[in-house]
Ligand binder design. Structure first.
Ligand code: SF4
Length: 358
C-alpha cells in the first residue's frame, strides 16, 4: 500500500535493500504481519480487557527499562521484514500514550520491505496527533469504537471514554489522510448489540469501514461465555434487514475480515468471526509485547523472549534466526480448536490482550 499523501517514506541510502527470505510455519503459513505493542498502559478500562478493579491506580505497569527501547523495536522490525513481514501494526495498551511515537514511526516506516504501517487506537488522543502521524510515515489507523451511544460507550470503556472526542479523532485522521479508516466493534450480546445499526448509520457513506468482531475469550479476565457471542451471521442478517449487502472478495490472503458492501453504494463493512468462522488457516500474524515477548497467536499461553538476546549482544543474524526458528515451529490454531465448553472455564492461562493488542 503506497501513501496517497506526502510522507517521509524514502529509504535512506545506507539501508541496503536486502531480499527478504520468507519463512513459513509448520502449517505452511507465511510470516506477513507483525503487531508491536509499545506499552501495556491504557487510558481506558474496558471491562473485557482491563477491568478497573484489577488495573486500579496503584497497579504496577511495566517500567521504562522493562520495555523495549526504540532501537530494540527497530531491530526486531527489521529482522521480521527480512523474513517477509511487509505489514507492521503499532498497538498497546493505548499506543498514543507514548509521547515520542512519531520518532519511532519515522524509523520503522523506512525499513526495507515495510509496505503498510498501521496503528490501532481507542481514538481519544487522535485529534491533535493525526497530522504528525502522517508526516512521520503512518499509513492507516484502526479505531476501537464499540458504540456511538454515549452511555454505553462510557460503560464499555470503564467510564473513561468520551464518544464525541473519539469521533472527532476519527474525523481528524480522515482529514489528515490516514484512511481508509477502519472501526473495530466488539459486539457483545445484551451490551452493545442493539446499538450496531446506529453506529453503521453514522459511518455509512463516509468511506470509513466498520468491522463487527465476535466477542472472543482473549486473555483470562473477561469472563467470556458462548452465550454472550453474537455470531457474525446473525449480525449480517440484522443489517441486511435495514440495508441490502453483497459480499466482496478479500483484499489480500490472510485478511481476517469478511468484507461486504452496501448495494446502495453506502460503502464497505466487515465481519471478524474468530468464534463461529475461525480463520487460523492462513493466519500470518505475530505479536511483540512491550517487554519483548514474541507471541505467535492471540490466544498464546507462552512466548519467546527477545529482550534477553537483544540486551545480551545478539547480532542481527542471531536475532533473525530466533525469529525464523520461532515461526518455523509455529502450529497455532486456537480458534479452530476452541471448545466453548472448555474455554468458558478459562483453564488455559493465555497472554492478556492489553499486553499484545487485539
Ligand atoms: S487463533 Fe491464533 S492462529 Fe488462529 S487466527 Fe487467531 S491468532 Fe491466528
Amino acid at each position: 500500500m503506497h501513501n496517497t499523501h506526502m510522507t517521509s517514506r524514502s529509504k535512506p541510502d545506507d539501508m541496503p535493500a536486502r531480499r527478504p527470505e520468507p519463512v513459513a510455519d509448520a502449517l505452511g503459513r507465511p510470516l506477513h504481519d507483525l503487531r508491536i505493542s509499545l506499552l501495556d498502559q491504557c487510558n481506558f478500562r474496558c471491562p473485557y480487557c482491563m477491568p478497573e478493579a484489577e488495573f486500579h491506580s496503584d497497579y504496577e505497569f511495566l517500567k521504562r527499562q522493562q520495555r523495549l527501547t526504540y532501537d530494540e523495536i527497530v531491530r526486531v522490525a527489521a529482522g521480521a521484514s527480512a523474513l517477509g513481514v511487509s505489514k507492521l501494526r503499532l498497538t498497546g495498551g493505548e499506543p498514543l500514550l507514548d509521547k515520542n511515537i512519531c520518532e519511532l514511526i519515522e524509523r520503522i516506516a523506512v525499513l526495507p520491505g515495510v509496505k503498510d504501517l498501521a496503528l490501532t487506537t481507542n481514538g481519544m488522543l487522535l485529534s491533535p496527533l493525526a497530522e504528525k502521524l502522517v508526516v512521520a510515515g503512518l499509513d492507516r489507523v484502526t479505531v476501537s469504537l464499540d458504540s456511538i451511544d454515549k452511555d454505553i460507550f462510557r460503560g464499555m470503556s470503564g467510564g473513561r471514554g468520551n464518544v464525541d472526542q473519539v469521533l472527532a479523532g476519527i474525523k481528524a485522521a480522515g482529514a489528515a489522510g490516514l484512511g481508509p479508516i477502519k472501526i473495530n466493534v466488539v459486539v457483545q450480546k445484551g451490551v452493545n448489540d442493539h446499538t450496531i445499526l446506529d453506529l453503521l448509520e453514522y459511518f455509512r457513506g463516509t468511506g470509513t469501514i466498520v468491522r463487527m468482531i465476535e466477542f472472543m475469550d482473549v486473555g483470562n479476565r473477561n469472563g467470556w461465555r458462548m452465550d454472550q457471542v453474537v455470531s457474525s451471521r446473525s449480525s449480517l442478517q440484522q443489517i441486511q434487514k435495514r440495508w441490502p449487502l453483497r459480499p466482496i472478495g478479500r483484499s489480500y490472503p490472510g485478511e481476517v475480515a469478511r468484507r461486504y458492501e452496501y448495494v446502495d453504494g453506502g460503502g464497505e463493512i466487515g465481519f471478524i468471526s474468530s468464534v463461529t468462522e475461525p480463520f487460523c488457516g492462513d493466519c500470518s500474524r505475530a505479536r511483540l509485547s512491550a517487554d519483548g515477548m514474541l507471541y505467535t497467536c492471540l490466544f498464546a499461553n507462552q512466548g519467546t523472549d527477545l529482550r534477553e538476546p537483544l540486551r545480551g549482544g545478539a547480532d542481527d543474524d542471531e536475532l533473525r534466526d530466533i525469529l525464523s526458528s520461532t515461526w518455523l515451529q509455529r502450529a497455532d490454531r486456537y480458534s479452530e480448536l476452541r471448545r466453548p465448553d472448555i474455554a468458558e472455564h478459562h483453564v488455559l492461562k493465555k497472554v492478556e490482550m492489553y499486553r499484545i493488542g487485539g
